[in-house]
Design a protein around this ligand. Structure first.
Ligand SMILES: Cc1ncc(COP(=O)(O)O)c(C=O)c1O
Length: 387
């Protein structure tokens, strides 16, 4: 997010670390945000890719309420049917043979654990990540995030060595990934990097090389997973299967939950105490994840994402938009002038979009229930903004 526009009340007790858009949200419904000042805003940002089902989806609300009444929380030391059921549902939804699930709470925590497993399993000391990749703000996830050290990392040193591979150079993979590499972590479709599809050739090159040298391949699907590409995961979208997938954001539709999906190769190495968590696998979080998957499947939302994404591509290259990149509902609209100017102009017309680390890319991360009528409104607004 790079459009600071609102000043905070002088008496705010909140840490002043977020640039904020000038909308005070009162409530949301579907793809609509209702601001305290009376505006109704069409949301193409989805709470930063979290609100996959949109706001207030009845099936999701009912699942949360049901679970909260039945049992709000229990530790992983006590077995619970909802935890098992949600794990089975997630593994089946992915359909990739990554059938062991570990529940945690956030994207960074999922990546932190995935990296830890890779180091433990291989006994090696190096990681490879991609330029422009984003993996979170904890010590290990931040270490593999492009540009973090220069911008905000803060820890005195990274816990392991990392090299960053150019995202468009599959031919360079062999040079970067070697027998000292424990893990390669990659977003199949980069989010912060500008909704940039890393592409099948790169993912295949990484898969091949990890197999050759025995490194663990991690797909960070925190942003691009859980149906956002119009396929269950980026792995399905590109037909390349990693050793570990991390999922978060749309997995809970706003209730904090993340997960690792592990291949048999990784799962078979696990011993008691290798990982742990208090809140991970909490029953409400698992009920939220189960309801998200149920809804995606029963309302054919993957098909909707594919169809409406195609419609965006075919109608929204207009005004300041010169092209579209990305996949499904993780789209980057390339802009002829700074994306934050287009973002601000759209917001004046009550349409919320996102920016990215690429100053010439406007990011769309809408709910999977978005329809072509909503896209027409975006089209009409864009057509009134000068190039
Ligand atoms: C691809 C990706 N990985 C990891 C993260 C970190 O997730 P969280 O903020 O839940 O820790 C993000 C957050 O934007 C992300 O986009």
């Amino acid at each position: 997010m790079s459009t600071p526009m609102v000043s905070r009340p002088l008496n705010s007790h909140l840490a002043q670390v977020f640039a904020q858009y000038p909308i005070e949200v009162a409530h949301g419904e579907g793809v609509w945000l209702y601001a305290r000042d009376g505006r109704k805003i069409l949301d193409f940002y989805g709470g930063h890719a979290v609100a996959g089902l949109g706001y207030g989806h009845p099936r999701w609300l009912a699942a949360l309420e049901r679970q909260a009444r039945q049992m709000t929380f229990q530790t992983n030391a006590l077995p619970m049917a909802i935890r098992e059921r949600a794990a089975a549902r997630l593994a089946k939804f992915a359909g990739l043979g990554l059938d062991t699930v570990f529940w945690v709470n956030s994207g960074a925590e999922a990546n932190e654990n995935a990296l830890r497993l890779a180091f433990k399993i291989t006994g090696r000391g190096k990681a490879v990540a991609l330029e422009q990749g984003w993996h979170g703000r904890t010590a290990a996830a931040g270490a593999v995030t492009w540009g973090a050290l220069e911008k905000w990392y803060g820890f005195p040193r990274t816990p392991f060595d990392v090299s960053f591979l150019p995202r468009d150079k599959p031919a360079a993979v062999e040079r970067f990934v070697d027998r000292e590499t424990a893990a390669v972590i990659v977003e199949p479709i980069q989010g912060m990097g500008g909704a940039y599809d890393v592409g099948k050739p790169m993912l295949q090159a990484l898969r091949r090389r990890c197999d050759e040298v025995g490194a663990v391949l991690i797909f960070d699907e925190v942003q691009c997973g859980m149906g956002r590409t119009g396929a269950p995961f980026g792995a399905n979208y590109h037909g390349v299967v990693p050793d570990i997938i991390t999922a978060a954001k749309a997995l809970g539709n706003g209730f904090p939950v993340s997960a690792l999906l592990l291949s048999p190769r990784v799962a078979r190495e696990l011993k008691y105490d290798d990982m742990g968590t208090t809140f991970g696998g909490g029953p409400i979080a698992c009920a939220a994840a189960e309801a998200v998957i149920e809804t995606i499947e029963s309302e054919s939302l993957l098909a909707n994402v594919r169809q409406v994404s195609t419609y965006i591509r075919s109608t929204c290259v207009i005004g300041p938009i010169t092209g579209v990149q990305g996949a499904g509902f993780l789209l980057g609209l390339k802009t002829s002038r700074p994306a934050k100017e287009v973002h601000a102009a759209l917001l004046e017309k009550n349409i919320l979009t996102g920016t990215s680390a690429d100053p010439k890319v406007l990011r769309l991360l809408p709910a999977y229930i978005l329809n072509e009528g909503h896209v027409d409104q975006l089209h009409d607004a864009l057509s009134t903004i000068s190039a």
